[in-house]
Design a protein around this ligand. Structure first.
Ligand SMILES: [Zn+2]
Length: 280
């Protein structure tokens, strides 16, 4: 399963994504379904980021010990894991906000048919991620709705729909800005651009698109594909990486805007001082 931990499954992975038990070892499964550590995420009740900590009740602690004991008594590794988790079972976890114990994050896992799935979460993945992405509202303007929808679809495990909205941000925000820049260039062929297909447009605008989006060949190849060419699995697989790229580009834009604003403020302040000195 790579290096994703129990906390990342809660803060990053959508509901209903299946993790095959055969791809995990005992300790990883135990760590996920009986996770007692910290979850660092946005608390929708506090309205700011917080640290939640997990606490198992007495029954769960006993169950954890029993499971560990049963697993250790099975010789021969992986086969034992599957035997232990053969019966469908639910595991629910509670995490408490460090600011207020009434702010509770609940997570429910189901083990069934050889796989582990997160089947419930409250507040939802969308709500806890919203704290991270709402800062892009000002910079994205009307395109913010696409970001909102994209993350909402992803948190419910709808890959193509999530990806389609992410692609619209690319098209209606980044490519539109790049197009405005390109139109100012003397050798720009607007007619050729208007008649081009999406992938050709992307190619024509390449030099004016954020480096983060075009630098990585895998990201570039995935964003240049038509939506109908992408499978549900492919969209889910690449969603996080492409979304992080978009966030990085938006962070750059925010930083750039902040610098421009700062420079303007300095200019205004200096001219205010000048005026004051001249009026003396
Ligand atoms: Zn809180």
């Amino acid at each position: 399963m790579g290096n994703i931990g129990a906390s990342e499954i809660i803060t990053k992975e959508p509901l209903y994504k299946r993790f095959e038990l055969s791809s995990l070892d005992y300790s990883e499964i135990i760590e996920i379904i009986f996770y007692e550590g910290f979850v660092d995420c946005f608390c929708p009740y506090c309205g700011k980021s917080s640290i939640f900590s997990g606490k198992l009740d007495v029954n769960q602690q006993q169950e954890k010990v029993n499971t560990q004991f049963s697993l250790s008594s099975f010789p021969g590794g992986g086969g034992g894991t599957v035997k232990i988790f053969q019966k469908p079972e639910l595991y629910s976890l509670n995490f408490y906000c460090s600011r207020h114990t009434n702010h509770i994050l609940n997570v429910v896992y189901k083990i069934e048919n050889g796989s582990l799935t997160k089947i419930g979460q409250s507040p939802s993945l969308f709500e806890i991620q919203r704290g991270v992405f709402k800062k892009y509202k000002t910079v994205l303007g009307e395109n913010y709705n696409d970001l909102y929808n994209s993350i909402m679809f992803y948190s419910s495990h709808f890959g193509v729909a999530a990806f389609a909205h992410l692609r619209r941000i690319l098209e209606n925000y980044f490519m539109r800005m790049a197009h405005e820049q390109c139109k100012k260039e003397s050798n720009w062929n607007e007619k050729q651009f208007r008649e081009a297909r999406f992938i050709e447009k992307l190619e024509l605008l390449k030099n004016n698109l954020p480096e983060t989006l075009i630098q990585n060949p895998r990201i570039y190849s995935i964003i240049s594909k038509g939506i109908h060419e992408l499978s549900e699995e492919e969209c889910l697989l690449y969603f996080e990486a492409v979304k992080e790229c978009v966030f990085l580009c938006l962070d750059d834009t925010i930083e750039e805007n902040r610098r421009i604003k700062s420079k303007e403020n300095i200019k205004t302040e200096l001219s205010r001082i000048d005026n004051k000195l001249n009026n003396k």
